[in-house]
Design a protein around this ligand. Structure first.
Ligand code: NAD
Ligand code: DAU
Length: 372
């Protein structure tokens, strides 16, 4: 059972599992909120090993019913409210879905797992979390230094903007209602292992990018705005640092960890690929302009500095050494390659973009960010 499979990362995980494991029966459970979109799964929806169930993870009876009636022997849990700006506006929805929803799913999984006649060897509950639970790192090297590690994902001339990283042992210190809700759900998941012995696993990943991301997030929003010659709202000075990983590499990591990871462990997932927002935005502008055949620098005038996000975390940087050394996972794609692939995908899939942007979701929090 994969929850949140109609969302951005979930759809890549569902696609990977359905195609790679024809002998598995994959059940995608998703409420189809504004962020869920079955068009993300068009290419696999008719596969015989795939089923979709529209349901809310907060509905405990329904979760119990799905797990029991299908004999679910592993849950990969991605369903969540995922956008920080929305959490600032409406924290209750984040507590409901991310905390209470995860708890309701955990309890249903536990009751079923306890009822199994034989000792269960797999991973009953694999919880997908975020690096944001660790809080924010300082930017003690604002100009960047040579990082201790590099991976295929690390961009050309890769720099680290500090000498500290998020490790699996880093203490939780969430700042936004989103990350606080994810941190709470992570604690509940671990408590189900420590208290009841249920086989659980938690992973914390850095920022993902790639096809099918809802265009309220930085990369698809800006690609679409550049195409439409609309302003690009850069929060604050644009100096916050994020660590970017191609979404298919995250899905591959989830596959490896689900099958090979150790129960009760935590694995950080990331590619050592830090970018200041403003530098990333300039790469996006250059790539979109190149693909559209615009002159160099044509869309730079769209950059618009706006009020900063409340509690905006300065820097995220994941250390994924444990995953790379213990399970042999590594990213497959270099960042410049991934961003070009992503830009081309959004520009070639304008119908997808127009469909998801036709509602009034953009008005939801636009009053929070005004031009400075
Ligand atoms: P998303 O917002 O694109 O998708 C979330 C999905 O969950 C949607 O399909 C939505 O319909 C579904 N959903 C929401 N509430 C639900 C409910 N109550 N019941 C059932 N389904 C519900 O999110 P995403 O970016 O794909 O993130 C997926 C997971 O990965 C989240 O748990 C997120 O915290 C985590 N994560 C995301 C990133 C990232 O960069 N996007 C990085 C690390 C971790
Ligand atoms: O680090 C993992 C997290 O990455 C995930 O847990 C979240 O689900 C995911 O949404 C993402 O969170 P961020 O807040 O980092 O992503 P977002 O795309 O919203 O913003 C990326 C950076 O860009 C951040 O510093 C805020 C800035 N930003 C964002 C938007 C939408 C802007 O400057 N302007 C914008 O319009």
């Amino acid at each position: 059972m994969i929850t949140g499979g109609a969302g951005f990362i979930g759809s890549h995980v569902v696609r990977l599992f359905v195609n790679k494991y024809p002998d598995y029966r994959i059940i995608n459970v998703d409420k189809l909120t504004y962020a869920g979109n079955l068009a993300n799964l068009k290419d696999i929806e008719d596969k015989p090993n795939y089923t979709f169930v529209k349901a809310d993870i907060c509905d405990f009876e329904k979760m119990m019913d799905i797990i029991q009636s299908n004999g679910v022997d592993g849950i990969i849990h991605l369903a969540a409210e995922s956008h920080v700006d929305r959490s600032i506006k409406d924290p209750f929805t984040f507590a409901r879905t991310n905390v209470m929803g995860t708890l309701s799913l955990l309890q249903a999984a536990k009751l079923y797992w306890e009822s199994l006649p034989e000792k269960y060897e797999g991973k009953m509950f694999y919880h997908i979390s975020t690096d944001e639970v660790y809080g924010a790192l300082t930017m003690n090297h604002p100009e960047g230094v040579e990082p201790p590690f590099k991976t295929v994902a690390s961009s050309e001339g890769h720099k680290a903007y500090g000498d500290d990283f998020f490790y699996e042992t880093t203490k939780y210190n969430p700042h936004s209602p989103y990350s606080a809700s994810k941190a709470s759900s992570d604690h509940f998941v671990r408590s189900y292992h420590d208290t009841y012995g249920m086989p659980t696993i938690v992973t914390n990943c850095s920022n993902n990018y790639g096809p099918y991301q809802f265009p309220e997030k930085l990369i698809p929003l800006f690609i679409n705005n550049i195409r439409k010659r609309k302003p690009l709202p850069v929060y604050g000075k644009g100096e916050n640092v994020r660590d970017w990983l191609f979404v298919e590499d995250h899905a591959r990591a989830i596959d490896v960890i689900f099958h090979e990871g150790k129960v009760a462990e935590t694995y950080n997932i990331g590619g050592f690929n830090e970018w200041k927002n403003i530098d990333l935005i300039k790469v996006m502008i250059a790539t979109v302009d190149k693909v559209l055949g615009n002159p160099e620098g044509y869309s730079l005038d769209l950059i618009t500095y706006v009020t900063d996000r409340l509690g905006h975390d300065a820097r995220y940087a994941i250390d994924s050494t444990k995953l790379q050394k213990e399970l042999g996972w590594e990213p497959s794609l270099q960042f410049e390659e991934g961003i070009e692939k992503t830009v081309r995908w959004y520009l070639e899939n304008q119908e997808w973009m127009d469909n998801v942007t036709s509602g009034d979701y953009q008005k939801y929090y636009e009053d929070m960010y005004s031009k400075r």
